[in-house]
Design a protein around this ligand. Structure first.
Ligand SMILES: NC(=O)c1ccc[n+]([C@@H]2O[C@H](COP(=O)([O-])OP(=O)(O)OC[C@H]3O[C@@H](n4cnc5c(N)ncnc54)[C@H](O)[C@@H]3O)[C@@H](O)[C@H]2O)c1
Length: 354
């Protein structure tokens, strides 16, 4: 039985809790304890998930015997709990981004390596089946050598304004959204970022007291010569058809790939609501035998960590898990390097090395 804990029980932490509870019903693991510094949120989640709770992660780690911990605190607060857990020989699953500094990422990777524990990052776009088909096509050489392309990921303004106004100012569309696609493109291209040039726009969010970029436009050159542009923003209007608009285009010497990762083919329009699209491929809920069952790439990525711990308990080594779908700490580091270079380029107004 794999014993799990979760630190940070807000919006995304709830998806982790739902996933662990579902895997618990299937007999794979047990959710042992949860932690949030916000007592109100902690109490709500204790009631909902019928589990022991703590306001201090160190106390939770000391008192409970855990195999794995998931960390879904705001971006700058992934590092400390990771180091603490790793030094207690607990496997760690970190929400993206791994950390917002290169030093932090390296410290986390080294602590996990030293203690022989897994450091996994939630880059769930690898688990989207449409993306997996595209990856296969690329590997089979159907598109030929990829030359250029474009990526967009844009949230509705409700995300920075209403979902986490207290820490949106410390984040950006690059940290919150871009990292997903930097990882996906690295995964497709099997290449890391080499240099970037970027422009940032500050206007709408700043006018309502959230001092961060509305949008960032970045050109990223990868080590294999592929050049991609990224349009990242979080100011789409409230009545946009989905919470996130996302997709990409890749052009190679033998073909073109276009992927709409948002509109998966179902569009509805209702009085008083307007037009909406659905993306159940991300997270879908189905009620069976009085319980809600969750599926989708958002869930699979979280569950992958638990299956990986099972493999390790069954005698596999961490190196055996480097199977191309799991995103490791090293992937998190490469993504953070791209994100930092983009922010630096906006400030210097120059091309920057990744
Ligand atoms: N994978 C994805 O698609 C996805 C989507 C959204 C957010 N995220 C990431 O998940 C993380 C959390 O985002 P969110 O939207 O759930 O934020 P949130 O603000 O809803 O939740 C964060 C929670 O962490 C708690 N917290 C903060 N510091 C803590 C500490 N030291 N110990 C314990 N709890 C602490 C807060 O009280 C809060 O309840 C972020 O890193 C974010 O980038 C990932």
């Amino acid at each position: 039985m794999i014993k799990l804990g979760v630190i940070g029980l807000g919006k995304f932490g709830t998806n982790i809790l739902n996933t662990y509870k579902q895997l618990e019903r299937e007999g794979l693991c047990k959710l042992i304890a949860i932690c949030d510094i916000n007592e109100k949120i902690l109490e709500q989640q204790i009631k909902k998930f019928n589990v022991k709770g703590y306001t201090n992660y160190k106390e939770m780690i000391e008192k409970e015997e855990l195999d794995g911990i998931a960390i879904a605190t705001p971006d700058p607060f992934h590092r400390e709990p990771t180091l603490y857990a790793a030094n207690k020989k607990i496997h760690v699953f970190v929400e993206k981004p791994l950390d917002v500094t290169v030093e932090g990422c390296i410290e986390m990777i080294e602590a996990c390596k030293k203690n022989d524990v897994l450091l996994q990052v939630d880059f769930h776009k690898r688990f989207d089946p449409f993306h997996q088909i595209i990856k296969k096509d690329i590997e089979e050489g159907k598109i030929g050598k990829i030359e250029y392309g474009s990526v967009h990921m844009e949230d509705k303004i409700v995300v920075p304004r209403d979902w986490f106004p207290n820490w949106a100012g410390k984040s950006s569309p690059v940290w919150f959204l871009g990292v997903h696609f930097f990882d996906l493109m690295r995964w497709f291209l099997k290449s890391n970022g080499r240099s970037v040039f970027a422009k940032g726009i500050k206007n709408k969010l700043k006018s309502i007291g959230i001092d961060t970029y509305d949008a960032v436009i970045a050109i990223v050159e990868f080590e294999n010569g592929v050049v991609l542009s990224f349009e990242l923003s979080w100011i789409l209007p409230e009545n946009f058809e989905s919470i996130v608009n996302q997709g990409f285009k890749l052009v190679g010497e033998k073909g073109i790939i276009e992927c709409d990762s948002q509109d998966r083919g179902t569009r509805v329009c209702y009085d008083g609501i307007g037009v909406m699209t659905y993306n159940p491929v991300f997270i879908n809920e189905v009620k069976k035998m009085g319980e809600i069952f969750y599926s989708g790439y958002g869930i699979e990525s979280i569950a992958d960590f638990v299956y990986n711990i099972k493999h390790l308990k069954d005698g596999y080594k961490i190196e055996n898990l480097r199977n191309e779908i799991t995103a490791f700490g090293e992937d998190g580091l490469e993504v953070t390097k791209i994100a930092l270079a983009i922010h630096k380029s906006i400030e210097t107004n120059k091309e920057e090395k990744v």
